[in-house]
Design a protein around this ligand. Structure first.
Ligand SMILES: [Zn+2]
Length: 230
């Protein structure tokens, strides 16, 4: 288990060291892994030691990442393909306004090709994916996340990776786009007590779900604000 986690972080540390123009990214990655091992050799404590080291490096670099999303053209805002173990994270990406598909029913080894074909950025908890040829040669962008982390920790890592900032929320049930809708058009679907104090309503174009900015919505927005960049 430690081996696979370290494999994933080795790639992360090397990418960061390259971004920072360090002379020997491989040696830098090994040094950081050894540091995490010295702090905590096994299990969850080891994973957290690696995360802490990575976060420190990433925040010193500005963004770990690839490119800052706010400088991207709208057309190249990333669309995600999530491996099935990241279904929870996909829902939060929807709430943060990103298109994310959960790859249920697609065998794990086919996910990289699937993501490449659809122009998606692959999110995976399988560190082996980083060794695939289309990943190594830069054809496919992959972000590896440790499966042992909580969803919030994964979201935080991903936000640092890519410089993600919140966008207009999408449907948290299915990821569809939300469209602002006249109150009168949906009045019969609004709980009477909600109708008394809310005037703005949104309908999902995909599943027809009805949403408004109530306490649940605000809780989600607060969590996103903590996890994503300001
Ligand atoms: Zn929906």
């Amino acid at each position: 288990m430690e081996g696979r986690i370290e494999h994933g972080f080795r790639a992360r540390f090397q990418a960061l060291a390259s971004t920072r123009g360090r002379p020997d990214p491989r040696a830098e990655a090994e040094r950081l892994i050894a540091e995490a091992r010295a702090a905590a050799p096994h299990g969850m404590a080891h994973t957290r030691a690696l995360v802490a080291l990575w976060e420190k490096q990433a925040s010193e670099t500005g963004s770990a990442g690839v490119r800052e999303v706010d400088t991207w053209e709208e057309a190249v805002v990333p669309r995600f393909l999530c491996d099935p173990s990241l279904g929870g994270l996909a829902r939060w990406l929807w709430a943060a306004g990103f298109e994310a598909e959960v790859a249920t029913g697609v065998p794990g080894h086919r996910l990289p090709d699937e993501a490449l074909r659809h122009g998606q950025l692959l999110l995976t908890t399988e560190a082996e994916t980083l060794d695939r040829r289309i990943v190594a040669d830069g054809s496919l962008r992959v972000v590896w996340l440790p499966s042992a982390l909580t969803m919030r920790e994964q979201l935080r890592m991903l936000a640092l990776d890519l410089g993600l900032r919140p966008r207009e929320p999408r449907c948290m049930r299915c990821g569809g786009a939300l469209v602002k809708t006249a109150k009168e058009a949906v009045r019969n679907r609004i709980p009477p007590r909600t109708a008394l104090w809310k005037d703005d309503y949104f309908v999902c174009v995909a599943c027809d779900g009805l949403f408004w900015q109530g306490t649940h919505w605000e809780r989600i927005a607060r969590t996103l604000a903590e996890a994503l960049l300001p």
